[in-house]
Write a protein that binds this ligand. Structure first.
Ligand code: SF4
Ligand code: FES
Length: 247
């Protein structure tokens, strides 16, 4: 398969960027999107050109490191997959693909398609630890958790912190990410002792980092590779209100 790539190239956070066109030739339909970029980069390096910088680590949809906006959609055209789990057979031979980094004030561009997502790390750090002593494994299993709560907590914990929700949102809001991180502990008894402090601190850090406000467009949920539900945002709002009233 052959593709024309319009790739955002930017030397660093201080310089202005621009789109540069490359040809990706003889790509296997079974190559992942990142493997296709590896092929293009190998050819560029062989010619002595600077390869395209992009983030990746596990390449298995687990770590949340990869993230490219492809034709305007974070992680590309398929629902519920990360960029590393997207395959070239999902495109048509001869397609023109536009590759951009996440666009958000709180995610400054580091280089080309790589952005600095340390704002997410700061929000996680602001959430702190849980102080509860779970003991050994049999003790932990002895703490009953209703099945529905356990399922919802696990669903929220599936968030990999990729930032696609922010990139998809016209306000660059991080509410889906923060709501997933607040929810997976708020739904469990182990998360209760610090719940009020945790939600206040995480929301304050989110606001300080420069993320926008949520206006309930739902673009975040639609583009999330882990299908994190908007229900979590409703829970975050409830938890935040409770922390203001009783925290
Ligand atoms: S909520 Fe979804 S899109 Fe946002 S960081 Fe988590 S996994 Fe990524
Ligand atoms: S590289 Fe880990 S999720 Fe894509």
């Amino acid at each position: 398969m052959n593709f024309t790539l319009n790739v955002w190239r930017q030397k660093n956070g201080q310089s202005s960027g621009q789109f540069v066109t490359y040809q990706a030739k003889d790509i296997s339909p079974d190559a992942s999107f990142l493997e296709m970029l590896d092929v293009v980069n190998n050819e560029m390096e062989a010619k002595g050109e600077e390869p395209i910088a992009f983030d990746h680590d596990c390449r298995e949809g687990i770590c949340g490191t990869c993230g490219i906006a492809i034709n305007g959609r974070p992680h590309g055209p398929r629902n519920a997959v990360t960029t590393c789990q997207l395959y070239m057979r999902n495109f048509r031979d001869g397609d023109t693909l536009t590759l951009e980094p996440w666009r958000a004030q709180a995610f400054p561009v580091v280089r080309d398609l790589v952005v600095d997502r340390s704002a997410f790390d700061k929000i996680i750090q602001a959430g702190g630890f849980i102080s509860i002593n779970t003991g050994n494994a049999p003790d932990a299993n002895g703490l009953p958790v209703p099945k529905d709560d356990a399922e919802r907590a696990m669903d929220a914990a599936a968030c990999i912190g990729c930032g696609a929700c922010v990139a998809a949102c016209k306000n660059a809001s991080a509410m889906l990410f923060v709501s997933a991180k607040v929810s997976h502990l708020a739904l469990l008894p182990q998360g209760q002792p610090e719940s009020r402090k945790r939600v206040k601190s995480m929301v304050q850090t989110m606001d300080e980092a420069g993320f926008g406000n949520c206006t309930n467009t739902g673009a975040c949920e639609a583009e999330c590779p882990k299908s994190i539900s908007l229900d979590n945002i409703a829970r975050l709002n409830r938890e935040f209100l409770l922390s203001k009233l009783f925290g």
